[in-house]
Design a protein around this ligand. Structure first.
Ligand SMILES: Nc1nc2c(ncn2[C@@H]2O[C@H](COP(=O)(O)OP(=O)(O)OP(=O)(O)O)[C@@H](O)[C@H]2O)c(=O)[nH]1
Length: 794
């Protein structure tokens, strides 16, 4: 909602009500792809599997395009603003200027091969970030340096944490924009508790006013690499030039490298000294070297990069520090340095393999994504964790216990593909020919050849649903098939038949809009879309003591008692819900989480049937028919009998849990909330706050628009600044836009931070996308009544 006609992310509503981030000028794709002989490396120590992740609009796709240009994959970069990028190749992506699917692309840089995955920033496509995070060994996290850390920056950071992505680099992008602040962005990493030790390896060289070098202006001219002690200069069309830096401050001033370096020259030596001294806290050998070196006053300039990089790499891999780089993706400033540092600092598959000789071990791989292509059929994206995969072989899907035939193997360059004969340890590629495999499945060379199954990929819980009405009775089958195929490619799309209609659940309004587009365009399905509504949930009323735990049935004319001992109570407030169980917590007798029915290693085992029964009972409450959430269940034990088929356990578990939930009485109704940040001018602030409050929102903070950001619910206490070098603010390009704008300049912008119910924001949400999921919240009894009316239960 913007009274001044501006939206947070330049989003605009198209005449048909759909969302676009910016107007498209053309959708013609210039293919400036060079002859890019690939032959990806077979040396795992030279592979870097990395993802670019960030809040929406931070510049991931632009940086990917700049990387492809710098690495000579492209001869001219495409642009998200003209719909001509390499990785955003779906029509829906090009129309909207946003990334919807993560695309993987192998990039050759020096003697490394980077498998680069550009992910979507929008929370509605969070599933793509989940699966990318599951298979990469490193991530480049971008920040828009006008905004600093944003809601979804923290969202993707948590996803990286969840999958234990071992190495990360920060890239402070958009330093060319007016209002960009290197200092505030760096500080925001600590105020938002992303990392206690961000370490700036690069300083920006701002465009300075030639008449007054104390005044930085909007724009960035170059970069100083504090580790390699050299300066990079970009001017206009030509690529960058790089110059070694002299050892002393006086010689830097007299070196004549370029005038813009003068204002920052006095800061370079202290910045390098701080970098090395902070790094030495984690590297004893370096500490000794520093003590032996002449002194901090010279910035230890006699210590060469080759002596620093191994320590930097080690501290990055052990996550003791967070290396911070910076630049401008649109101007290709800093891209060379990103590529170098990805190779030098991020982990290779070898660094993170627990297996000492993974190359010689039997094949073990994970299907991290499944896509459908009209010409190629099912495409399964895999990452090889040990051994080698050859084309034209038979493999086993360990998760589903099924044999699969591999026909072809591909390396994918976004929408282009190259066939290869094999994929070896550490690599990422595409398998054609697999019929049953789904996202998250473990694949091995022959039954039982690899001991362990790989951890699954967890789709985030659905927050919105829409009913799908097939155009005619004969369309029902094809629509169901299309939905089944779509949810195989995107497990965050769930569907069910309920009361004569098909319900599709997704991660938000935009997600459902894309689902609708894809069903029509990719599967030619014919249907109408009915009412869209957010996915409400019900909790459990109160703890109920086990009244009984035995269910009786008749098998072959004989009465049989099946015992399942369940402990059921509401989850504690601080207890994290399991997304695989839709926010419920389900534990086995040993207190360990029970896999959800879809992810049981052996789906025909007795515990798998118990899980299936519990899952079914949790899908629909007896009181409201809403799905249940925040229920804590412990399966303390169950009877295994030889005279009873294990499938009976599913019915018993469903019955006993339902009975227990009925005894507990109606639980609280919950609805999804989202965090919202609205940028407004001072004059419109009051109107926006009033409007949000009227829509059931709660305003958390009114911050000024700085990169360090305002308050939000989980970032009250910042990390200490000890042991972190923070450059002075005035070195940042255009660090204070207001200062230079004079009287006629733009008025001060303010940020409204609020938490709002998603249901009341359905029309807002297509316009305001600076949001992050804030989980489910219990509602008041008045709101409960409204919800029950809305879903036809009151
Ligand atoms: N001034 C400036 N604009 C940039 C820079 N990098 C990207 N942009 C612009 O920011 C907008 C978003 O860029 P994208 O590359 O689509 O961002 P993204 O993070 O990939 O977006 P999603 O994939 O939709 O999350 C576009 O208008 C870009 O032109 C930069 O370095 N400087």
């Amino acid at each position: 909602m913007f009274y001044d006609g501006q939206t947070v992310h330049n989003e605009q509503i198209l005449p048909n009500g759909s969302l676009t981030k910016r107007p498209r000028r053309n959708l013609v794709v210039p293919r400036h792809i060079r002859n890019y002989a690939t032959a990806a490396t077979n040396d795992p120590s030279k592979i870097r599997n990395i993802a670019l992740v960030a809040h929406i609009d931070s510049g991931k796709t632009t940086l990917t395009e700049s990387i492809l240009l710098t690495s000579k994959y492209l001869s001219a970069a495409g642009s998200v603003d003209t719909g001509s990028t390499t990785t955003d190749f779906l029509p829906a992506e090009r129309e909207r200027g946003i990334t919807i699917q993560s695309a993987s692309i192998p990039v050759k840089w020096k003697d490394w091969t980077f498998n680069l995955i550009d992910t979507p920033g929008h929370a509605d496509f969070g599933m793509e970030v989940e699966s990318a995070s599951r298979v990469v060994d490193g991530a480049v996290v971008l920040i828009d340096s006008v905004e600093g850390v944003e809601a979804q920056t923290k969202g993707v950071w948590k996803q990286l944490d969840r999958y234990k992505v071992p190495t990360r680099l920060m890239f402070l992008n958009k330093l060319d924009r007016p209002g960009a602040s290197f200092k505030s962005s760096l500080l925001s990493l600590m105020t938002h508790r992303l990392h206690p030790k961000p370490m700036a390896l690069i300083l920006p060289i701002a465009s300075f006013n030639p008449d007054d070098y104390q005044r930085a202006e909007p724009g960035i001219e170059g970069l100083v690499d504090l580790v390699k002690w050299e300066v990079w200069k970009w001017d206009g069309q030509e690529g960058p030039t790089r110059h070694p830096l002299p050892e002393s401050q006086e010689s830097i001033l007299t070196s004549g490298i370029f005038p813009e370096l003068h204002p920052i020259a006095p800061h370079l030596i202290p910045a390098r000294a701080a970098l090395l001294e902070n790094l030495a806290m984690f590297a004893e050998l370096l500490m000794e070297q520093l003590l032996e070196a002449n002194s901090a006053e010279t910035g230890y300039t006699d210590i060469k990069a080759t002596a620093i990089l191994p320590h930097l790499r080690k501290a990055t891999i052990s996550n003791e520090i967070l290396p911070v780089l910076c630049g401008s993706a649109t101007k290709n400033i800093g891209t060379d340095l990103v590529l170098d540092y990805v190779g030098e600092l991020l982990a290779s598959p070898k660094d993170v393999s627990i297996d000492l000789s993974p190359v010689d071990k039997p094949l073990l791989m994970l299907a991290w994504k499944v896509a459908w292509d009209k010409r190629k059929g099912w495409m399964t994206f895999v990452r090889i964790y040990s051994g080698t995969l050859n084309k034209q072989t038979v493999i086993v899907n360990k998760t589903r216990g099924q044999k699969e035939r591999v026909s072809k193997l591909l390396l994918l360059y976004a929408s282009n593909a190259e066939e290869v004969d094999s994929l070896s340890f550490g690599s990422v590629g595409v398998v054609l020919g697999l019929k049953f495999t789904r996202t998250g499945d473990t694949l091995v060379s022959s039954r039982g050849s690899a001991e362990s199954s790989l951890p699954d990929i967890i789709p985030p819980p659905a927050v919105m649903s829409a009913s799908i009405i097939p155009q005619s009775h004969s369309d029902l089958g094809p629509v169901q098939e299309a939905l089944e195929a779509l949810s195989r490619t995107d497990p965050s799309v769930r569907h069910e038949a309920q009361e004569g209609q098909l319900l599709v659940h997704g991660l938000g309004a935009l997600h459902l809009e894309i689902v609708e587009d894809r069903l029509r365009n990719e599967w030619n399905a014919r249907f109408e879309v009915g009412q869209r509504r957010v996915s409400y949930r019900e909790g459990v009323g109160s703890e109920v003591q086990a009244s009984f735990n035995t269910w009786s049935t008749e098998i072959g004319g004989k009465k049989v008692d099946v015992m399942i001992d369940l402990e059921v109570h509401p989850a504690q407030e601080d207890e994290p819900g399991d997304p695989m169980w839709d926010g419920n917590i389900v534990l086995g007798a040993d207190g360990e989480p029970l896999p959800s029915p879809d992810s049981f290693p052996n789906p025909d085992s007795p515990p798998a049937f118990v899980a299936r029964g519990l899952f079914n009972a949790l899908c629909s409450s007896l009181h409201t028919s809403l799905a249940l959430s925040r229920v804590h269940i412990k399966v303390k034990g169950f009877s295994e009998r030889n005279d009873v088929p294990p499938s009976v356990l599913a019915s018993a578990a469903a019955f006993l849990l339902r009975r227990r939930l009925r005894e507990a009485g109606p639980g609280p109704v919950m609805e999804p909330y989202m965090n919202l940040k609205v940028s407004v001018t001072e004059e419109t602030l009051g109107k926006v706050v009033k409007d949000l409050t009227e829509h059931g929102g709660e305003v958390l903070d009114l911050g000024s628009n700085t990169a360090t950001g305002g308050l939000d619910s989980d970032s009250i206490e910042a990390y200490q600044e000890d042991g972190v070098y923070v450059p002075p603010e005035w070195l940042s390009p255009s660090s204070a836009p207001g200062k230079f704008s004079g009287k006629g300049g733009p008025s001060l912008r303010r940020s409204v931070y609020a938490v709002v119910p998603l249901s009341r924001m359905l029309d807002y949400s297509t316009r305001l996308r600076a949001l992050s999921g804030a989980g489910f919240r219990e509602v008041s009894s008045a709101r409960r009544l409204e919800i029950l009316k809305e879903i036809g239960r009151a």
